[in-house]
Design a protein around this ligand. Structure first.
Ligand code: FE2
Length: 199
């Protein structure tokens, strides 16, 4: 089995004005594609052929750094594309909304903490909503790291590598993150991930 670059679940221009066609072309067709190619090359003779992507990520963590980096970046990007959509933000499905209020006190606080995690992730990395021990937590990770290696299940993924926002926002990472929570998050997908994680 080898890894496959998933198609974007929307058109390249669908997320404008928040993320441009040019950004999605580079981010998906160049960056994400390269992680898939590299992961497939490194998977050969790793002893992990035939394992699922999640298993490869967990089993290579701290052991096979090049394969971990590329497989985790494939996982992270695949989740990122599904975490956003055209006309995102807006209404949050009831059970997820309740869980966010239980975990953070309010939906606004959850969004604020997520933005803050993305802003304060020094250098390249990711911000997340993840389920651990039945609660939703905000996490941030450097480079390719992700919550799977911490025993948590990611339900929302925000890429804060510069390649994500530099074409559209230059150095203004906070503005990208604000657009992400207000106009891009696919709460229906996050809700699906949440329901599966707490089942
Ligand atoms: Fe990225």
């Amino acid at each position: 089995m080898s890894f496959t670059l998933p198609d974007l679940p929307y058109a390249y221009e669908a997320l404008q004005p928040y993320l441009s066609k040019e950004t999605l072309e580079y981010h998906h067709d160049k960056h994400h594609a390269a992680y898939v190619t590299n992961a497939n090359n490194l998977l050969k003779d790793s002893g992990l052929e035939g394992k699922s992507l999640e298993e490869v990520v967990k089993e290579t963590y701290g052991k096979n750094v090049p394969l971990f980096n590329n497989a985790a970046q494939h996982y992270n990007h695949s989740e990122y594309w599904k975490s956003i959509k055209a006309n995102g933000g807006g209404k949050i499905p009831g059970a997820l909304e309740k869980a966010l209020i239980d975990s953070f006190g309010s939906v606004d606080k959850a969004k604020e903490d997520l933005v803050q995690a993305g802003v304060t992730q020094f250098g390249s990395g990711w911000a997340w909503l993840a389920v651990k021990d039945g609660k939703i937590a905000v996490l941030k990770t450097g480079n390719a790291d992700n919550p799977l290696t911490q025993g948590a299940t990611p339900i929302l993924t925000v890429d804060v590598w510069e390649h994500t926002y530099y074409i559209d926002y230059r150095n203004r990472r906070p503005d990208y993150l604000k657009a992400f929570v207000d106009n891009l998050v696919n709460w229906d997908y996050v809700s699906e991930r949440y329901e599966a994680a707490v089942k």
